[in-house]
Design a protein around this ligand. Structure first.
Ligand code: DSN
Length: 487
């Protein structure tokens, strides 16, 4: 796998893209030179660092350029063929194409491409489920067609029912996402919530324990999916668990959508045939523009279709256009090679840590991410993240199950393979990355602050940052980002 064979990222369009970016930056420069400057610096920084944030990637120039057009200037509330604004014929073309690519790519009966982010997608999904499972039957019971026809008292009764439903998702420290019912998030406030964790011994999902918790709590919605769980999920089994109590089964595949699109996750590991609703972002392993996407069964499609203006502000038509381009790229056969390389490279990174005695949550990975327990180096996640950044390695600190340092300082560092795989990094390169990470962490010591021990302060042995920077530069030079693109 090289950047050349990664759809849209090779040098084929480098000359044209260079011209386009040079012209765009000259126009920006004439209005606000500091923004042009920051834009150039951002490319340089992304080119010059080992980007290992599991939720990030590099979109192709075709995807990026698609976002900079006049579609940004158009209001288009509503959906294809049913807008609250006039003159949406070209937005209709864009939205219909993006949805068609999404349906074909994921084999879903229905796709909604308007969500601005993953959180928005989850909120639209929750409200679509509430509308389908609570509001519609409530209206039928009251013999009304529309909520505007209800008396004040009946409306208050229905509102109370909407606000009295149950949601169960994976807990944040086990690797779930904020929007899966974490109390401080709106999802934890909208619903009565309970969370399932992982087996404290192994770190893996214990399906029998999930089934027992679901039987006891009887949620309206069971959510699967994760942001920091380094293992695959059996979605067929999760659907059976949901069916037992009549729960709607929702999967948030934001992190691993690229592995689903690239057919690395198939059968029981492909959420789309098993979930009633599947949500995702489009910018992580799927390698599209920053945004969200929802796939649904026919039963939930009409309610999801009302996402804007029910939950969402006006659709970002320029981003929907870029989603269409990215989804077209993901439908190319070479995207499957990319997705397989993402999984193989994460495996190589995990093996590289294990053979160097670094502790991993669950002992390894079989998806695109690795969760390193940095207590084995005597560090907090915050100290490790900062020392790695000093050495040109960009990661993010992350809680581990039952984290003794809480969600701010944490005890873990999360690594992902999607971005560097897009640059063409292979298994040997990822082993070298593991070596460099371990070198930094072994040379990092916790330090005291003015008031005693600190969870943030650290010292890095002299020369480490320079040595690791130089070694990282060799890897980066061998696998250039946007080869041939010059500003
Ligand atoms: N920010 C995403 C992540 O890093 O996993 C989830 O919201």
């Amino acid at each position: 796998m090289t950047a050349e064979s990664t759809p849209g990222l090779g040098a084929a369009y480098a000359a044209t893209a260079s011209e386009a970016y040079r012209a765009a930056l000259a126009v920006i420069e004439s209005v606000e030179p500091r923004i042009a400057d920051a834009t150039r610096k951002e490319l340089a920084d992304q080119r010059d660092s080992l980007k290992l944030i599991a939720s990030e990637n590099y979109a192709s120039p075709a995807v990026l350029l698609t976002m900079g057009t006049w579609f940004s200037d158009k209001y288009a509330e509503g959906t294809v063929g049913h807008r609250f604004y006039a003159a949406c014929q070209n937005v209709d073309t864009v939205e219909a194409l993006a949805a068609e690519h999404a349906r074909e790519l994921f084999g879903a009966p229905y796709a909604y491409v308007q969500p601005h982010s993953g959180i928005d997608a989850n909120l639209v999904a929750y409200w679509a489920i509430l509308a389908t499972r609570v509001e519609a039957p409530g209206l039928a019971e009251l013999g009304a067609k529309h909520i505007n026809d209800l008396s004040e008292a009946d409306w208050e009764g229905l509102r109370a029912k909407l606000g009295n439903q149950r949601l169960m998702g994976m807990s944040l420290d086990a690797g779930g996402h904020l929007t899966h019912g974490f109390r401080p998030n709106i999802s934890g406030k909208m619903f009565h919530q309970r969370q399932y964790g992982t087996n404290p011994e192994t770190g893996f999902i214990d399906y029998d324990a999930v089934a027992a918790a679901v039987r006891e709590f009887k949620p309206l919605i069971l959510v699967a999916g994760y942001s920091a769980y380094p293992r695959r999920v059996n979605f067929a089994k999760m659907r059976e668990i949901a069916d037992e109590v009549g729960a709607t089964f929702m999967v948030d595949m934001a992190h691993f959508a690229g592995l689903v699109a690239g057919k690395v996750f198939t059968g029981d590991e492909d959420p789309v045939p098993h979930a009633h609703i599947t949500t995702t972002t489009t910018h992580k392993s799927l390698r599209g523009p920053r945004g969200g996407l929802i796939l649904a069964t026919e039963e939930y499609a009409p309610a999801v279709d009302k996402g804007c203006p029910m939950v969402l502000g006006g659709p970002l038509s320029h981003v929907m256009a870029a989603k269409a381009v990215a989804l077209a790229e993901a439908r190319q056969p070479s995207f499957r090679e990319y997705a397989q390389a993402v999984a193989d490279n994460a495996q190589s990174l995990a093996d590289g840590f294990v053979k160097r005695d670094a502790g991993l949550v669950t002992g390894g990975t079989d998806n695109h991410l690795v969760l390193l327990d940095v207590t084995s180096f005597g560090l907090t996640g915050r100290q490790a993240e900062s020392a790695l950044l000093d050495s040109g390695i960009v990661t993010n600190r992350n809680a581990i199950p039952a984290d003794p340092n809480g969600a701010w300082y944490t005890s873990g560092i999360r690594f992902g393979s999607p971005a560097l795989t897009s640059r063409g990094f292979g298994a040997d390169d990822f082993d070298r990355v593991a070596e460099l990470v371990v070198e930094v962490l072994k040379n990092t010591q916790p330090a005291a602050g003015p008031n005693g021990p600190s969870k943030a302060k650290y010292t890095l042995a002299e020369g480490t940052a320079e040595r690791v920077h130089a070694a990282a530069a060799e890897l980066l030079d061998a696998n250039p980002l946007y080869p041939g693109l010059t500003l």
